[in-house]
Design a binder for this molecule. Structure first.
Ligand code: SF4
Length: 357
């Protein structure tokens, strides 16, 4: 089965920029970017990053604001901060050379067992297992595993299976220098393109003949997962203060979510305040627009309002910047969309049709 999967991958793999290299640094960057983010979104970020910071030393020496700007829009900014800490550790402990030892990779900031396994197998062809949502789906279907994947029993079982399979690939293809790399990537690719959560494409699956769930026609019942994500709604109000051609912004503190990113003054409000603020600003023609965004289990709505006559107001703390200066600073995804509303104003449309809600 492992040989079939590797052969399938070598013919069917998508042409992705991080697949053109075995540089562990590039593979690490791609794996961190791909957490929680679609491949198509990651490609331009990856290319921009590698163009600006082509090596571990470049990352270690980079200005943190440059890093946030390169990451702007990808979200989960702790990832990029951890990457710089890890790069500094590699410079300090490993003479700027990415470690090859699995335990040394795992010890780096922001690198868990999945990412360590991906780097170790893809860059160094070591038989290290990987286990993420895609691999869990494939394994539970292949072996018709009925254990709830939230339990520790299932986690141990799945990691064991993932390890056994990559070791089997390593042992059965000794003449192939990339057997482990291609096996793990094949699992990732199969999960992303064939063994889909709904309506898996079993007709073109290279491992269909070994798949217990397919034989029983129960593919979509796997994985068995007792935990359902519960979403919480949150509401925010963003105020746009303008003096001539400058706008008031502030930098979030390092301890806050989205720390060190910039934003227009924003406060959290409740749903009734949100509705009242929205209706009032629409009536007064001060509504700039609305933005919907999701962060982990939070579904958020933000209303952005222009504030008139700021000289007479008790202004929040912040600094004044022109639009050109704002474009050079890192903002969170939601705040970047507010900036976009300022950069591409459609007064009638924004006031009358808050279509983003
Ligand atoms: Fe997934 Fe279908 Fe392949 Fe089984 S046969 S691994 S369910 S795509």
């Amino acid at each position: 089965m492992t040989e079939r999967l590797v052969a399938w991958f070598e013919i069917n793999k998508r042409d992705l920029p991080w697949r053109k290299t075995r540089d562990p640094y590039a593979i690490w960057v791609s794996e961190i970017m791909l957490q929680q983010t679609q491949v198509a979104t990651v490609i331009p970020y990856f290319e921009r990053w590698m163009g600006s910071l082509p090596s571990i030393s470049h990352l270690a020496d980079a200005d943190p604001q440059q890093l946030l700007k390169l990451w702007e829009g990808l979200g989960y900014y702790t990832r990029v901060k951890n990457m710089q800490k890890a790069a500094l550790r590699i410079v300090e402990l490993h003479e700027s050379v990415f470690p090859t030892d699995f335990q040394h990779i795992l010890a780096l900031n922001g690198i868990g067992p999945y990412t360590a396994g991906a780097i170790s197998s893809i860059a160094f062809n070591q038989p290290s297992p990987i286990l993420d949502g895609n691999v869990i789906r494939i394994l539970t279907r292949l072996f018709a595993l009925k254990t709830d994947v939230q339990t520790n029993v299932a986690k141990i079982e799945l990691w064991t299976l993932a390890r056994e399979l990559v070791e089997q690939a390593h042992a059965s293809m000794p003449d192939r220098p990339q057997a482990c790399s291609h096996f793990n990537q094949a699992m990732m690719e199969l999960g992303a393109t064939v063994c889909l959560p709904k309506k898996p494409l079993c007709g073109v699956c290279p491992v269909a003949e070994w798949c217990e769930a397919r034989k029983a026609g129960t593919q979509e019942q796997f994985p068995i997962n007792s935990k359902k994500t519960e979403y919480t709604k949150r509401y925010f109000c963003t105020l746009i203060f303008q003096r001539e051609n400058q706008f008031l912004i502030r930098q979030r503190s390092a301890a806050e979510v989205n720390g060190m990113l910039w934003e227009f003054p924003t406060t959290e409000i409740d749903e009734s305040e949100f509705k009242a603020t929205f209706a009032q600003s629409k009536r007064k023609h001060t509504l700039l627009g609305t933005v919907k965004f999701a962060i982990t289990r939070y579904h958020n709505k933000l209303v952005a309002i222009r504030q008139s006559d700021p000289l007479n107001k008790n202004l929040p703390d912040g600094i004044w910047k022109t639009l050109t200066e704002l474009k050079a600073l890192p903002f969170s995804s939601a705040q970047k969309r507010v900036l976009q509303l300022l950069l591409e104003p459609h007064p009638a449309k924004t006031a009358e049709q808050p279509t983003l809600l």
